[in-house]
Design a protein around this ligand. Structure first.
Ligand code: ADP
Length: 450
């Protein structure tokens, strides 16, 4: 059964039951009060007749009753006078034989309500002395008619009230279930993968439920997007990996075939063997880097305080001459004494950044390495005066195999893995890699250590 119907019936059925119970109680009380009034009225009349009879001798009883009867008949009250036998009776409806005088005690008014041929009578009898009784009777159909009228009125009022209550119950049930209906609709949308859900929020139970529902759909959308993104990046990674592996493998195969088929002199053989060796090295290098990328997930690495003077001395040894030979200048400005981390990995990160700066920069430019403390954090910055990177590319260059200048990068032996390794190494250290750049002005790559 629908909730709206349940609410509708839940309001209507109890209302009709309560209305009927109240009506029955009111009608019965009213009827009893009317009957009691008639009863008391009859007793008063009987008392008055009694008084008149008591004032005269027994032998005049019948005459007195006769005299009074006209007056009482006008009030619709009829008298039966019994003195050893029925001496007087002006009631057309009551058979005096019906009256059981033995029930009537001295100084007591015996009152009965009787239904005779579908007419209702109130009958009161009193005992004057040992063998004298007076009975008065009054037709009280009017009281029963009033009850009937009251019943019809109540049915009429209940019917009208029920129509009004039904309309109100319908409006209430629809108002209460409207948010649920909307929620049901949105749920169906959600189950079909449409996360664009915006239910009206509020402070009542439905409003709060709507808020939770909106949050849930947003969270689901976020999770779903993350999953899609993850699946896409995985696919891109696999596509790039197969492409990157294929290039050197094809070269190796080509040179090997050439060496088998062609008649080559020693110098040519050595040249081709060198190519094969270089391509093999490239594959090995890529393998090592990929291993490092998965290292984060699989291996615990050992952290310790690394002396930064030692680190930069090693870096200077590796790069100074190469950079100078390329017509550039390397400036190292170190204000840090130590960094807590894995020495090999940190040297690898800084080296990657310097190598990249060297690869993209022109002659007569500077590559600066600054290491400093700021706001309780430690930073190592590599600043170059190279071509800079667009905002769009900044977002992508930390993805594995992503290269901005593909030709130049490949010529320099890069597979687009350096920055994704830097990013992973920084995550392993609880820090991050920050990239700032402006096209034509150069780039700043910052390693932030917490
Ligand atoms: P690779 O090992 O091929 O250099 P990286 O992940 O280190 O790969 O770098 C990705 C790409 O980002 C590079 O191919 C290069 O085009 C671009 N890049 C890296 N560093 C810089 C820089 N300092 N200035 C401009 N472009 C850079």
């Amino acid at each position: 059964m629908k909730l709206s119907l349940k609410i509708f019936l839940g309001i209507c059925i109890p209302s009709i039951i309560v209305a009927m119970i109240i009506s029955i109680i009111v009608i019965n009380r009213n009827h009893e009060t009317n009957i009691e009034a008639e009863r008391q009225n009859l007793i008063q009349n009987l008392k008055s007749i009694e008084r008149n009879l008591n004032n005269v001798d027994e032998s005049y009883g019948k005459q007195i009753i006769q005299l009074m009867s006209n007056n009482y008949s006008s009030k619709n009250i009829h008298i039966i006078y019994y003195y050893d036998t029925v001496e007087y009776n002006n009631s057309e409806s009551i058979n005096p034989n019906m009256i059981d005088y033995s029930n009537v005690q001295n100084s007591e008014y015996y009152v009965e309500i009787k239904n005779i041929d579908n007419n209702h009578f109130s009958i009161a009898t009193s005992k004057l002395d040992n063998n004298r009784y007076v009975t008065v009777e009054k037709n009280i159909n009017e009281v029963f008619d009033k009850r009937k009228e009251l019943i019809y009125n109540c049915i009429y009022i209940i019917a009208i009230s029920m129509i009004i209550i039904a309309i109100i119950a319908y409006i209430i049930s629809k108002t209460l279930t409207r948010p649920l209906e909307r929620m049901k609709k949105e749920m169906t949308k959600l189950s079909k993968g449409d996360y664009n859900i915006n239910l009206k929020e509020g402070h009542d139970e439905f409003g709060r439920l709507a808020k939770n529902f909106n949050n849930m759909s947003k969270e689901l959308e976020k999770r779903n997007n993350e999953l899609v993104e993850y699946a896409n990046s995985k696919q891109i990674f696999i596509d790039n990996l197969s492409h990157e592996m294929n290039t050197p493998l094809t070269s190796i195969q080509g040179y090997a075939e050439l060496m088998q088929k062609a008649n080559l002199n020693e110098e040519q053989k050595q040249k081709y063997l060198k190519y094969i060796q270089d391509e093999g090295k490239r594959i090995q290098d890529m393998y090592k880097k990929l291993l490092l990328l998965s290292y984060k997930k699989n291996t615990d690495f050992e952290k310790k305080d690394i002396e930064m003077n030692k680190v930069f001395a090693e870096i200077e040894d590796t790069f100074k001459e190469r950079i100078n030979n390329a017509g550039m200048e390397l400036i190292i400005n170190n204000q840090l004494s130590t960094i807590y981390g894995d020495e090999t990995l940190i040297i690898m990160s800084i080296s990657n950044l310097i190598k990249n700066a060297m690869n993209v920069s022109d002659k007569n430019t500077k590559i600066m390495v600054n290491a400093f403390n700021m706001n309780n954090k430690k930073y190592v910055q590599v600043v170059d005066q190279g071509p800079g990177i667009s905002e769009e590319n900044i977002k992508k260059i930390t993805e594995p195999f992503y290269r901005v200048d593909k030709v130049r990068s490949r010529k320099n032996g890069g597979a687009g893995l350096g920055l994704s390794i830097c990013k992973s190494i920084m995550e392993m250290h609880g820090g991050k890699l920050i990239i700032e750049s402006e096209i034509g002005k150069g780039s700043i790559f910052t390693l932030e250590f917490n």
